[in-house]
Every structure is written in structure tokens, then in C-alpha cells.
Design a protein around this ligand. Structure first.
Ligand code: NAD
Length: 499
């Protein structure tokens, strides 16, 4: 049995707490490794190391810091296959999808190569007689991130790349379900030239998270995961005086207008609903056709596509559309929610229950499900299922469809499929959701824009990556400077104003 480690001060360090979590192979249901769960002392020792190392890193000029990012990009490309394989083995997603997970993180690293430009600051020449005023963006110090299981490469890179490019030290507490890729990323950053102690990985569960929340030297916390934990981390972290940004769960609606290209809409729903077994915060989990005729046409197009989806282990190669879900508990929860859908009166049009794969009977595979005639009061509509289950809620008008998306407590992503520019524009303008797709089902912004939802999908005011990340990971210092020939007028007791 492989015993995983922490990555502290440039070395793999064994867990000291005596507590471990099982890392499963979701395709077989077997335990493939044990990951140590850190206690507060282990976290504190990583923070001490980070604090010492950060001083020199912050003093390293931004261009040299950016060069580490450049080299890191090369190393990610060099090791792409190895990273994707390790990712699939612990997460269960297909290899091309795992490579995409690494690639979308890599793109944020590429963006961070522009750190010198982003950190230039502002300058006003002659703000007053002999007075110059300038603003600097300075690093925070020791920063930390807590990440979910579903993107074990991309989401850590969303956080640590800008944090480190800005001159901070970063402590990553990855998901205990798939910790191997985060450990590999930390090794690669050091191979790229990052000094020891600037990126450390401390594995753990709630105990390690609480150690982050209450450590006085940790200046900021980034979190991505489920909404109840996001709310807890935001509330606790803010009460401890930290800068916190938390991204939570989702229930993304895709509105299908009567004039949409129905084949295109159906293809989009298949990828966005069932890709990665539905375990994406930007997955479409609710289809909202407008009008019964649209709904009938859409369902007719969806059913054969869903029935031919290939579910299997990542080792089966290109033949597989999606893999298992992450744990036995996730599988049981999805099956329970499907049952509530049936009990509460939704029509199960494609029934994925009882799916078994020969040779992988103990894996956490779930067949694809499609519900029709769901209503907003049902659990399958209200709850984030995070599995291969697409729920259809029929509406009669565009306004009704828009209201549905707007009334839902989550507001991460949404999409509209239509050929009408006026409707699309109205939707983009009015909907209270953070990321909107127009004939694009998963509108994940590229690295140089920012990523973030609205409503219960987010806590905090700055988004991930893009220019917001440089604001989140720095603070502003404004200097008013005068080099007079001599101060002759004596003290000034009222606030200076520009006359
Ligand atoms: P999770 O909330 O269970 O875990 C996320 C992190 O929090 C992990 O590192 C975990 O160890 C830690 N954690 C778990 N329970 C905790 C507790 N009681 N106290 C303190 N820390 C705790 O989420 P998950 O299952 O790993 O990921 C799936 C969720 O993440 C979904 O809800 C999905 O929508 C969401 N997600 C959101 C985004 C986004 O950008 N909005 C992106 C990806 C995933």
C-alpha cells in the first residue's frame, strides 16, 4: 500500500498525526494509497517555513518570478501524460478530460507570466507642488488554498500560480480524494526554479482546514468546493481577519428556445450534462426547453444519444465517454436523489439504475439518467446532484425559463440556445448568474478573463484568475512623496485638499 506524504520545505514528508484517509481507485473500488491527514502542528510548521521563505521571494523581481512560471509551463507539457494518468487513476475521469484539467490550469500559469505587467502599479507625477503619488501592489505574505476533488490540477493552479507570481508563499490543502497530482505539481514548480517553502502541500481534512482558518500568519484563503463548506470557510476566515474568496456549488440551467438548432442543443447537453460523469461545477444539470413542442423535439434527440453513451474506466481509452463517480458515498447519494425524483413524480425517460460493468462490479459507475417533467419543488431540481443525471423542466415562455434560472439559489453558469440575437442579448443582460453561454453550454472563461458565479455559488467579491487574481493576492500601498528644498511653513492641521 502506497503511503502518500506532504510536500514541505522542498521534500516529501511523512504524516505525523497518525491519521490517514484512503485514496480509492473509483473504477475498481480498491484502496490504492493512503494520504496523511495533517494536524495543527504540522500545518504550523509549514507556515513557519513559508513565512521565512516568502521574504526572499517577494524581494525577487517580478520578471524572475515570471521565468519560473515559464519553465513550469514547459514542465507541465513535458509531463502531461504522466499527470493525466495519475489524475485519472484517482479521480476516474477519462484521459483526454484529465489532460484538459491540466491544460486549463496551465493556461492560468501562462497568464501569470504577465505578472510584471500586472504588478506595475500607478504613478501620478506632480500630484501637488513637488509631490508625486504612487501605488504599489505588494504580496500578502503566506496565503493558502483549499481545493475540491473534481479538478485536482486546474483549481490548485488557479490559486497558486497568481499567488506565487505576486510574491506570496502558498500552502495548498488539496482534496484528500485525489492528492497525487497536487504533490506532483509542487515538485514541478521546484524543478522550474521555485525556492523551497514557497509552494507546500499539506494534506488533510477538516482538522487541517481549521488549522489554516485559525493560523494568525495566514493572510488569505482561497476555497473551491461545496456551498455549505464555502459558507463555513468564508464566515470563519473573515472573522479571523483574513482575506477570503470561496466558490461553491452549482445547478446550471440551459434554456432551449424553439428556434434553436435542436441537434446542436442536444449534442451540447450530452457533453455538458454527462461529461466527467456530471462532476463539474459548470456541468449543465437542468435543461429548460421553452414550449412543449420544443421539449418533445429535444427529448427525442437526447434519448438515443444518451442510450449510446459509453461508460467505463479511463484505461479503456478513447472508447469511453465518462468514468465512475469519485466515491461509494457519492454514488449512493446520486442513487438516493434519483429515487426521490421518481417518488416525487418526475418522469425517468432514460433509466441508468442498476448499471454494471463486467470486471468492474465494485467500481462507482452510474449509468446516464434523464428526467422529464420535473418541477421546481422536487429535490432533483433543488439539489446539486453532481452525477450523470440531467433534469428537464418544461416551461411555456422565455420569461418563465429566465425566472426559473434566476430564482434558483445557485448562480454559477447558465446557457441559452437560440438563433435569435435579441433573446440572447436580453438573457445575457438580465440573468443573475456569473457565467453565461450563448449557444455555448459550458462557458468557462479563459485564463485572462475571470471565473466566478453569483448567489450561493460564491462568497467574496473577487473572481478567480484574470486581473482579479492579481488584486486578491496583493494589497495596495499608496505613497505620497515630496522632496522639498526644506519644510518652512510649520505643521498643517487640517486635511490637505486640492484648491
Ligand atoms: P467539498 O466541499 O466536499 O470539499 C472541498 C474541500 O473542502 C476539500 O479540500 C475538503 O477536504 C474540504 N472539506 C470537506 N469537508 C470539510 C469540512 N467539514 N470542514 C472543512 N473543510 C472541509 O467539495 P468536493 O466534493 O471536493 O467538490 C465538489 C463541490 O465543489 C461541488 O459542490 C462543486 O460544485 C464544487 N465546485 C465548485 C467550483 C466553483 O468554481 N464554483 C469548482 C469546482 C467544484
Amino acid at each position: 500500500m502506497q503511503e502518500l506524504t506532504h510536500y514541505i520545505n522542498g521534500a516529501h514528508v511523512k504524516g505525523q498525526s497518525g491519521r490517514f484517509a484512503d485514496v480509492m481507485n473509483p473504477a475498481t473500488g480498491e484502496v490504492q494509497a493512503k494520504v496523511p491527514l495533517a494536524n495543527a502542528e504540522e500545518m504550523a510548521s509549514a507556515v513557519d517555513i513559508a513565512k521565512d521563505a516568502q521574504v526572499g521571494w517577494a524581494a525577487t523581481n517580478p520578471q524572475r518570478r515570471a521565468r519560473v512560471m515559464m519553465k513550469f509551463v514547459d514542465l507541465l507539457n513535458r509531463d502531461m501524460k504522466k499527470l493525466a494518468d495519475a489524475l485519472s487513476r484517482e479521480h476516474g475521469k477519462t484521459l483526454p478530460d484529465a489532460a484538459g484539467d491540466v491544460q486549463r490550469g496551465l493556461e492560468v500559469v501562462e497568464y501569470c507570466i504577465g505578472a510584471p505587467q500586472m504588478l506595475k502599479g500607478e504613478f501620478t507625477d506632480a500630484a501637488g507642488p513637488g509631490i508625486d503619488m504612487y501605488s504599489m501592489r505588494q504580496p500578502l505574505g503566506v496565503t493558502a488554498g483549499i481545493t475540491p476533488f473534481n479538478f485536482p490540477a486546474m483549481i490548485p493552479m488557479w490559486m497558486f500560480a497568481p499567488a506565487i507570481a505576486c510574491g506570496n508563499a502558498f500552502i495548498l490543502k488539496p482534496s484528500e480524494r485525489d492528492p497525487s497530482v497536487p504533490l506532483m505539481l509542487a515538485e514541478l514548480m521546484e524543478e522550474a526554479g521555485l525556492p523551497r517553502g514557497i509552494l507546500q502541500v499539506v494534506n488533510g481534512d477538516k482538522e487541517a482546514v481549521d488549522a489554516i482558518l485559525y493560523h494568525p500568519e495566514i493572510q488569505s484563503i482561497g476555497f473551491v468546493g461545496s456551498t455549505p463548506i464555502a459558507e463555513y470557510i468564508y464566515g470563519t476566515g473573515c472573522s479571523q481577519g483574513k482575506r477570503v474568496q470561496c466558490f461553491g456549488g452549482a445547478k446550471n440551467h440551459m434554456i432551449v428556445m424553439p428556434d434553436a438548432d435542436m441537434d446542436q442543443a442536444a449534442d451540447a447537453l450530452i457533453g455538458a450534462g454527462y461529461g466527467a460523469a456530471g462532476e463539474r461545477c459548470m456541468a449543465i444539470s437542468v435543461a429548460v426547453p421553452v414550449g412543449d413542442e420544443t421539449a418533445d423535439r429535444l427529448i427525442e434527440k437526447l434519448v438515443p444519444r444518451i442510450e449510446t453513451l459509453k461508460v467505463g474506466p479511463y484505461t479503456a481509452g478513447d472508447d469511453v465517454d465518462y468514468g465512475p463517480v469519485v466515491t461509494a458515498a457519492a454514488k449512493a447519494n446520486i442513487e438516493r436523489l434519483v429515487q426521490t425524483g421518481i417518488d416525487q413524480g418526475a418522469k425517468l425517460v432514460v433509466d441508468g439504475r442498476g448499471f454494471k460493468l463486467q470486471g468492474y462490479e465494485d467500481g462507482y459507475f452510474i449509468g446516464p439518467h434523464l428526467f422529464d417533467h420535473a418541477t421546481p419543488d422536487m429535490d432533483i431540481y433543488k439539489t446539486e446532484i453532481f452525477g450523470p443525471v440531467l433534469t428537464t423542466v418544461r416551461t411555456q415562455t422565455y420569461e418563465e425559463a429566465l425566472k426559473l434560472a434566476m430564482d434558483h439559489e445557485y448562480g454559477n453558469g447558465t446557457a441559452i440556445f437560440t438563433r435569435d440575437g435579441d433573446t440572447a442579448r436580453d438573457f445575457a443582460s438580465r440573468v443573475n448568474v456569473g457565467m453565461v453561454g450563448i449557444n455555448v453550454p459550458i462557458p468557462v472563461p479563459l485564463a485572462y478573463h475571470t471565473f466566478g458565479g453569483w448567489k450561493k455559488s460564491v462568497f467574496g467579491d473577487l473572481n478567480q484568475h484574470g486581473p482579479d487574481a492579481f488584486k486578491f493576492y496583493t494589497r495596495t500601498k499608496t505613497v505620497t512623496s515630496r522632496w522639498p528644498s526644506g519644510i518652512k511653513d510649520g505643521g498643517e492641521f487640517s486635511i490637505p485638499v486640492m484648491e
